[in-house]
Ligand binder design. Structure first.
Ligand code: GTP
Ligand code: MG
Length: 629
């Protein structure tokens, strides 16, 4: 589940393109339809050729509504930057691009719209200009695809490129700390309050208790939907509508955060690393007032320059912001600062400390040093980041990779295991050892969704096969035998797959036969019932129903294989074993001929059964006779 967001200058064709891609008109307000202009965020969704389901956030391009644009770009996986081929790069093309750059959105595609209005020479010039404009940004090098919503030229290429871009995006991490930045609140008759937003950092489940910040109201998740479909659990990185019980429409606003209780605290003071855009006309002054935008929320803020007299255009510095209203900030979150009038994006940055203990004195070297350390990450964040980027890993290997000493790292790793951020593979010991394999919760969530995806592909390709050979999954995941086995155990215990000796399958997968196959199976089984001790051979059974279907019957226990030739019904087999055992108990042994006579069958079947029982360790051959083992 992915989310993309449009960006680009007013009237360049963003909403028209969204409609062409999804069939949904994102401009749902009456005023928007009358003015033919997007004012507020619009939402749509589509399924890409690969089957990937994608939510689309459509933003307004007009400079008057740029604050609504800011409310929409948080949490997107990729940008769909729209530039009209007839106009080319315009002021809000640059401003939106600067915002995407500050938010470090590095995946995307440019749709060069209105291709039908320009000739090839002009198109080439505009393409070159767009690529040059992207050059110094996080989106440098992304594909530029000419399209026309009118003729649909280029739409298939655009969809294919979106597929390619999103497939290369790392999956959204599940940190077990869900946050949904509310971008819409409404009521639905009979259901009550519904909020929508992009869910990040964790999952939400139906029935769960949630907290709405900054006001700290508690509510319960009554229902969840994604792309208008009811779901029981919403995964991080998806667009979600949450039906909340226990709160009224007026209790929740755009910009609020829906989260789990107990960990997130709103803040009025925040330490950041801030970058002033290179093209603003004046330096940023200490004590100036700006508007601070975070997710779908904003607050007036006062700037404290901690290490600089003033910040020059294009420069970076340590800035503490004092917020006029509490915001739900988390370390590592990105934000944007703007001037409200004249409307101007100043720059943006990253939250380094969401809860500084006090207003810092300026020009203090300890303060700066402390922020520098925090920006690099605490030791346990460094450990976690290294684990997030890797798959399963042995503790000793992690210490080597992060260059950390065992006595410093082990207590931190034990804490991470206790808090659930790290999982110990192959059972969880009281204390981690250096040869213990571990995986971070985020890495596990992406690995388990990869496993689920591989299984789904396999089952779709081979609907008659009982499961994917373990070895095949192992090579797909590229894991060594030991970590693979440990990962399989975790996948099985957490319900990602079901394991049998040589196969793994999705928990909800079952082989379903076509009506023709089912008829063939029914008539074969009838032949077995008609002659239970002189059954069709394996060759005959394969000829009747196919080797694939026979394998299904064997796995399901509808037939029992006793040799390379002989099959019995399970009830026949059980009765034969019982009678052979009884006979030996009474007469102390049994011969092949006796078995043949007992069941009025031929020597072939009698011998196959006894050899099978020998192999299973039920009987033992002594001369021409069998005794119980
Ligand atoms: N000829 C032509 N016109 C287009 C195309 N795409 C959009 N338009 C027209 O361009 C105008 C603006 O389109 P919108 O989709 O509203 O533009 P927008 O980028 O969403 O505008 P804002 O949301 O206000 O920023 C409309 O009149 C569209 O019909 C296209 O491919 N070809
Ligand atoms: Mg629009």
């Amino acid at each position: 589940m992915r989310v993309i967001g449009t960006a680009g200058h007013v009237d360049h064709g963003k909403s028209t393109l969204v409609q062409a891609l999804t069939g949904i008109n994102p401009d749902r307000l009456k005023e928007e339809q009358e003015r033919e202009m997007t004012i507020d965020l619009g939402f749509a969704w589509l399924t890409l050729p690969s089957g990937e389901s994608v939510g689309v956030v459509d933003v307004p391009g007009h400079i008057d509504f740029i604050e609504n644009m800011l409310a929409g770009v948080g949490g997107i996986d990729a940008a769909l930057l729209v530039v009209a081929a007839d106009e080319g790069v315009m002021p809000q093309t640059r401003e939106h691009l600067a915002i995407l750059d500050l938010l470090k959105v590095s995946n995307g595609v440019v749709a060069l719209t209105k291709r039908d209005l320009v000739d090839d020479d002009w198109l080439e010039l505009v393409m070159a200009d767009v690529s040059a404009t992207l050059e110094s940004t996080s989106l440098a090098g992304i594909a530029v695809i000419p399209v026309s919503a009118r003729t649909r030229a280029g739409i298939p290429q655009l969809l294919a490129e979106l597929d390619r871009v999103l497939a290369a995006c790392p999956p959204r991490p599940d940190r077990g700390r869900p946050r949904l930045g509310v971008d819409r609140v409404f009521t639905v008759a009979g259901f009550g309050t519904v909020v929508t937003g992009t869910l990040i950092d964790g999952a939400l489940a139906q029935g769960q208790e949630v907290m709405i910040l900054p006001r700290g109201l508690t509510a319960r998740v009554r229902g969840l939907q994604t792309h208008k479909k009811k779901i029981e659990r919403a995964a991080p990185g998806s667009r979600v509508a949450v039906n909340l019980s226990g709160v009224d429409l007026t209790d929740v606003r755009r910009g609020d955060t829906v989260t789990t209780p107990g960990w997130l605290a709103p803040t009025l003071l925040v330490d950041t690393r801030f970058e002033l855009l290179g093209d603003v006309a004046r330096p940023l002054r200490h004590n100036s007032q700006v508007k601070f935008f975070h997710g779908a929320t904003e607050a007036t803020a006062q700037v404290r320059l901690l290490g600089d007299e003033q910040l020059a255009p294009g420069a970076e510095g340590w800035v503490q912001f004092r917020l006029a209203e509490p915001l739900n900030l988390v370390k590592g979150d990105r934000f944007i600062a703007r001037l409200p009038s004249p409307s101007l994006t100043l720059g943006g940055g990253v939250v380094v400390d969401a809860h500084p203990t006090h207003r810092h004195r300026r020009f203090k070297s300890q303060v700066i040093a402390h922020l520098e350390t925090l920006a690099q990450g605490s030791p346990s964040e460094i450990l976690l980041q290294a684990l997030d980027a890797a798959g399963p890993m042995v503790v000793a290997e992690l210490l080597k990779k992060t260059n950390m000493a065992a006595d410093a790292a082990m207590p931190l790793l034990n804490e991470l295991v206790a808090s659930g951020d790290v999982l110990a593979l192959g059972g969880s010991p009281a204390q981690l050892q250096s040869n213990q394999a571990i995986i971070s919760r985020a890495a596990w969530s992406s690995l388990s969704s990869r496993i689920a995806g591989e299984l789904l592909t396999f089952h779709t390709t081979y609907p008659l096969r009982l499961g994917m050979p373990r070895e095949e999954l192992k090579s797909k995941l590229g894991l060594a035998p030991k970590p693979f086995n440990e990962v399989m155990a975790l996948a099985a215990s957490s319900g990602v797959l079901v394991e049998s000796a040589a196969f793994v399958r999705a928990p909800d997968f079952a082989v379903t036969l076509t009506p023709d196959q089912q008829r063939a199976v029914d008539s074969l089984l009838a032949r077995f019932r008609g002659a239970p001790y002189a059954t069709p051979s394996i060759k005959e059974a394969e000829a009747a129903i196919g080797a694939d279907v026979l394998a299904v019957l064997l796995e399901q226990g509808k037939l029992v294989k006793v040799s390379d030739e002989v099959l019995f019904l399970p009830q026949t087999y059980a009765a034969m074993v019982e009678r052979v055992k009884e006979h030996i108990q009474k007469n102390s042994n049994i011969t092949v001929a006796q078995v043949r006579d007992l069941f009025d069958t031929s020597r072939k079947y009698a011998l196959a059964l006894l050899e099978h029982l020998d192999a299973k360790g039920v009987t033992k051959r002594v001369g021409d006779e069998r005794v119980l083992r």
